[in-house]
Design a protein around this ligand. Sequence first.
Ligand code: 3EB
Length: 341
Amino acid sequence: MLNVLYGNTLSPIDQADDLLGGLVFGLPAPTALTVPTGLSNDAFAHIAMARLDQHALLCESLRGDGVIRSGQLNDIHYRFNDHILFGVIAIDENLITEHTENGVSPLQTATHQAYRQIFSLLHAQGFPYVLRFWNYMSGINALTHDLERYRQFNLGRQQAFSESGQAIAGNVPAACALGSASGPLTIAFLAGRQPSIAIENPRQVSAYDYPEQYGPRSPLFSRASVASIDTHRVLFLSGTASIVGHETLHVGDIAAQTSESIANIAAVVGEANIKAGAQCTLQDLDYIVYVRHAEQIDQVRNVITQQIGPSANAAYVQADICRADLLVEIEGSATLPALHS
Ligand code: 3EB
């Protein structure tokens, strides 16, 4: 169902019929023309982030069985089968003209519009449960309109969740939010017909309960979700960083931030095992590692090799992280053994 291709994606694959969609990372940003047709369709997000561990694009692709249909609604391109729907929306803030006179930033408005469109599509198509969101925006730490852009994004996201009748605490989807080198606000999402199990981290304050010092509206995501998709179960590990309680730890120390992130991942996977019977180890996940400073990749990789193991399946890209003092963020996914009754 879910696989992350780490190989050289420039060699096309033959069977793309079961491809729902995915995300492609590269710098300059991949386009429909530079991604091999076997690995792309309309439901692919193109993210302007340099891959650090190989001279190849990174492609995270989602596969589904049975008949796959495609659609477009306003700015969303999506594909779906009987069980899941994957979609991508990209909104160019430069084209937003409304609200700016009230001090509402174009990014906040774009985020609000994007999430409203997503929830209305999912309602119309009968996939009410979002399992995972992927959020990418340029200049994520830049200060405009008197507010860091990530915090503007959180304002628009929270507003759209509320207006769309989505929970703003408790059972919220897994997610990541990262800064790209350029390009429009791009949000990918995977939704299903059954709720997933939201997992929190006992070492961390839930993101939806972060205090106001991190912005006027909290981020909305769970630390992981365990989704049942037809006969499969999948663990989606949200972007995980060096945060304990609600505070960033080890400011300026890349090795210690990586190690703390792995301790958080271990805690989240432990919770998933307890709360959802995930039976998952750190070696079972496929990881994407976002590194703020490209030259620090070796230090990050050394810690991952020591703590997860030499065979850790990790791909590395350069990205800005949503707090200026965070140097690394790690996300992952794993297909889990089926539940036996
Ligand atoms: C954190 O733990 C790090 O805003 O959707 C991780 C995953 C982070 C998702 C989001 C933010 C998001 O707060 C940042």
